[in-house]
Design a protein around this ligand. Structure first.
Ligand SMILES: Nc1nc2c(c(=O)[nH]1)N[C@H]1C(S)=C(S)[C@@H](COP(=O)(O)OP(=O)(O)OC[C@H]3O[C@@H](n4cnc5c(N)ncnc54)[C@H](O)[C@@H]3O)O[C@H]1N2
Ligand code: MOO
Length: 427
């Protein structure tokens, strides 16, 4: 058996490669996709392709932060409730308009929030702090004001030329708003990686009604399609291949012909008689990178490159496919789209003691929740590799190092939040 492993290692690259090494190797084989201009409204969740600097200051002009009166602060130096200062109302400037003349001593201009500060004015006072004067066209001011009051100065958010959004930023709500403010519509983003997905296995069945005896539906493809989207890619379904090398090769060729940027399969990668994915890739002349990652679940993954595109065969066991996707594949999809990816982490206390006698390094499904201001994590009992239930019932993963471990209740653990399932990390 050792000989067999060694022979396979020669054919399929390294065997039992550490996760970090596998990830670095895949990242090294991947370059960000070219940039494309898209309308800003469609740019959500895309990655900005070039660093964006503020071409002009933001705001671009000094403006009023209040509905009130622009004036010279020196005019109000002696104002008191008993002896107000009276200023002559010169004109009224709503937001979007300009004062027609500068302000001079003894005069005021009524301004609305967002209106450009009239030339000569150095303060704005809110209208609720003023009163009508003895006759129309006169406003009474009952207290002094400091210079700068009520003014949002030009550049208060961004100075001209300041870096606003570095390349690699993922566009969310604040970025959409800022890009609009800076006039970046359309915006230059990385092309969205198109990720071909297919399942392998004679047992897989897609059709209406109940699957025939012994057949199952291709669960993984749908969960992986959702994860591809969450990692910033677009899934391209390539169907199901039977457990024959030619069928696997045909699915890979269909993906290459469809111009996908990477191909993912599930199933057929371990040591069974029908596990043909690695042989199919090898026979196609793909450059084999590794077979098997030193990690449970998901160990029997295979990776290769053909026609400059990565082919990654994940395990058929849903847990293995999902966990390896999150730890190994999502960072590569992120790299294609010019960003980085990692599961956000928090520290939590172990809610129930846990023991492991031996084995590979692993990641376990877990659920973290806040109790009395502390974050506690429970490892899911009865973790199953063969379905979606553990994934569904967890919100995080907990790493278990290789070898034996006995952890008491209350031990500090690092939890890795699952995308869109975790609490927002409280610490
Ligand atoms: N003798 C050994 N047997 C197994 C080993 C081993 O080291 N020695 N490793 C086990 C581990 S760990 C895993 S993980 C699986 C990996 O197997 P494969 O990746 O080759 O996947 P399959 O054998 O094709 O399928 C495994 C399992 O998953 C089901 N499956 C397959 N595709 C899908 C899909 N698209 N959606 C849902 N479920 C799917 C399939 O029916 C099997 O039940 O090998 C162990 N065996
Ligand atoms: O690697 Mo397998 O995915 O442990 O179940």
């Amino acid at each position: 058996m050792r000989e067999e492993e060694a022979r396979k290692a020669g054919r399929y690259g390294q065997v039992l490669i550490p996760l970090e090494e596998a990830r670095a190797l895949l990242i090294e084989k991947t370059a960000p996709l070219p940039a494309e201009a898209v309308p800003l409204i469609d740019a959500q969740d895309r990655t900005i392709a070039e660093s964006i600097r503020a071409e002009t200051a933001l705001p671009a002009f000094d403006r009023s932060a209040l509905d009130g009166y622009a004036l010279l602060s020196s005019d109000l130096a002696g104002a008191t409730p008993a002896e107000p200062v009276y200023l002559v109302l010169q004109e009224e400037v709503p937001a979007g308009y300009q004062a027609t003349q500068p302000i001079t001593a003894g005069r005021t201009i009524k301004v609305m929030t967002g209106a450009p500060l009239p030339e000569g004015a150095d303060a704005v006072i809110g209208h609720e702090w003023t009163a009508a004067g003895p006759e129309s066209g006169i406003v009474a001011f009952r207290q002094p004001v400091t210079a700068g009051n009520g003014i949002a100065p030009s550049g208060e958010e961004y100075r001209q030329g300041e870096l606003a959004l570095p390349a690699g930023t993922v566009i969310g709500a604040p970025e959409m708003g800022l890009l609009a403010a800076l006039g970046h519509d359309p915006v230059l983003v990385r092309r969205k990686p198109r990720i071909g997905l297919f399942a392998t296995g004679d047992e897989l069945w897609e059709g209406e009604g109940r699957p025939p005896q012994g057949k199952i539906r291709p669960t993984n493809v749908y969960a992986l399609a959702a994860l591809v989207r969450e990692a910033g890619g677009e899934p391209v379904l390539l169907g199901t291949a039977t457990d024959r090398r030619e069928a696997v090769a045909a699915a890979v060729c269909a993906g290459l012909a469809a111009g996908v940027d990477m191909i993912l399969s599930t199933g057929g990668v371990s040591a069974g008689d029908y596990d043909v994915v690695k042989d199919a890739l090898h026979d196609m002349g793909a450059e084999m990178l590794f077979w098997k990652v030193a990690l449970r679940p998901g160990a029997p993954a295979v990776a290769a490159v053909t026609e400059k595109r990565l082919l990654i065969g994940l395990s058929g066991n849903p847990a293995g496919a999902v966990i390896l996707f999150l730890l190994l594949v999502a960072p590569v999809i992120a790299r294609l789209s010019g960003r980085t990816w990692s599961l956000p982490r928090s520290t939590a206390l172990l809610a129930t003691p846990w023991e492991k006698r031996k084995g590979l390094r692993g990641f376990l499904w877990a659920k973290a929740e806040e109790r009395e201001g502390r974050l506690w994590v429970s490892l899911l009992e009865n973790q199953k590799c063969g379905g979606m239930r553990s994934f569904l019932e967890s919100n995080c993963l907990v790493e278990v190092p290789a070898g034996a471990h006995a952890w008491p209740e209350g031990r500090e653990m690092t939890v890795y939040w699952l995308p869109k399932r975790g609490l927002p990390a409280p610490n």
